[in-house]
Design a protein around this ligand. Structure first.
Ligand SMILES: [Zn+2]
Length: 403
């Protein structure tokens, strides 16, 4: 099978904790067995949901009912209230008297800080206004936000186009009704390795789940297919370091697979010299974006490898919101390779296989192979196993915001 064949087979909705996600995990495990590996599944518990529907009805002036989607893991409800347009960039700036008893409309992702503010200020409900192509997508509260406030306030999403017409028509009062199923479920990581000559390790991650209503072709059937192809190239080879491969579940629900892996393998993480994460791919016209998360030495080393090999990479030192992050907390330096494009429409129902090209996948595979082999066989690595203070701060801020 070519990388694109894996991608085509994986391009169905693979929401974290669903039976489709489990099916994808089993497909990956089967493919890995076919190329000579011995994969196993590592399960973990998550709080999950089935995307539902809701309605928004303009009351003053009255108008036609509009379909909306509940935000996953938020409270279901049936409320009436006045609209408040929230365009404060930060919850800290908001005068709570302005929003009491209101239904807040905003673009901001419903993160813990915002929901805490709304619950404490007596907001009745909140509508998240999404880009038009995401109209039928479903977003979800983080596990902690759901635990702390999930039963407190109904949240829904709607398209920018429809939301703007409400405002344009002077609608000041609406009724919002939402309903969806919430439950505890199992998600899983697919894990296997090539034992090395030493006990030092290199980890590889790629998440195989998708957003709740997205076939997730670029994000991240692409990275999954790329990682399988990397492993095909490694099959039967021996390296100085142990190569461990983790196909992560429930990344889109808040990096749950990689968080679970890191916290349940803490004792081993001291041995991990580096992590390579593949997340988002498929467009052959965009640069191969490489984000390094570690120190200047890591950045210089990776930038040097790409340049020596004539690879057009856009190398940058920064955090990348994906499965490398939970490991950074334990001091494991990493890089993420991403190649999205103009027509990817990530996190939406339009992230389809037709926007992915095998040539792009193969170029990322080649890049990952060159970097991985260099690290896997280096006698002494030209960087410390360390995250700089500046990057540590960014990692901390990232996790604080995404409680
Ligand atoms: Zn992704």
């Amino acid at each position: 099978m070519r990388p694109i064949d894996y991608l085509n087979e994986l391009s169905f909705v693979r929401r974290g904790g669903s039976k489709e996600e489990r099916k994808a995990a089993e497909m990956i495990a089967r493919w890995l067995s076919d190329i000579g590996y011995t994969p196993h599944l590592e399960e973990f518990d998550i709080y999950s949901f089935e995307p539902g529907w809701g309605t928004l009805t303009p009351l003053s002036p009255s108008g036609e009912e509009i379909k909306v989607r509940p935000v996953g893991l938020s409270a279901d409800g049936d409320v009436e209230g006045e609209i408040f347009r929230m365009f404060s960039p930060k919850p800290e700036f908001v005068n709570t008297d302005d929003i009491r008893e209101k239904i807040v409309f905003m673009h901001n992702y419903p993160r813990w800080k915002w929901i805490k503010l709304f619950v404490e200020s007596g907001v009745k409900a909140c509508v998240i206004v999404l880009a038009n192509h995401r109209e039928n997508s479903t977003i979800a509260l983080s596990q902690k936000t759901a635990k702390d406030f999930g039963d407190k306030i109904p949240l829904a999403t709607m398209s920018f186009e429809k939301a703007i017409s409400l405002i344009q028509n002077g609608v000041s009062r609406i009724r919002l009704k939402t309903s969806h199923k919430k439950f505890f479920a199992k998600s899983q990581n697919v894990v296997c390795e090539i034992p090395g000559d030493t006990d030092r390790m290199v980890l590889f991650t790629a998440h195989y789940d998708s957003m709740p209503c997205s076939p997730g072709a670029q994000d991240n059937a692409a990275g999954t297919a790329e990682l399988i192809e990397v492993m095909k190239n490694f099959a039967g080879k021996k390296f100085r370091r142990t190569m461990r491969f983790i196909f992560c579940g429930s990344e889109e629900m808040g990096l749950l697979g990689s968080k679970h892996y890191a916290s349940s393998h803490i004792d081993e993480l001291e041995k991990v010299d580096f992590l390579i994460n593949l997340d988002v791919g498929g467009d052959p016209f965009t640069p191969i974006c490489v984000r390094t998360l570690g120190t200047d030495a890591v950045f210089n080393y990776i930038d040097g490898i790409l340049k020596r090999n004539g690879i057009y990479g856009a190398v940058e030192q920064n955090i990348y919101s994906s499965d490398g992050m939970p490991f950074a907390k334990y001091g494991v330096p990493s890089l993420s390779i991403a190649r999205s494009g103009i027509d990817g429409k990530g996190h939406s129902p339009f992230d389809e296989a037709k926007n992915v090209c095998d040539v792009s996948l193969k170029e990322v595979v080649e890049t990952a192979l060159i970097i991985a082999e260099d690290i896997a066989n280096a006698k002494i690595l030209p960087f410390e196993r360390k995250i700089s203070d500046e990057m540590k701060k960014k990692v901390k801020k990232y996790f604080d915001e995404r409680r």
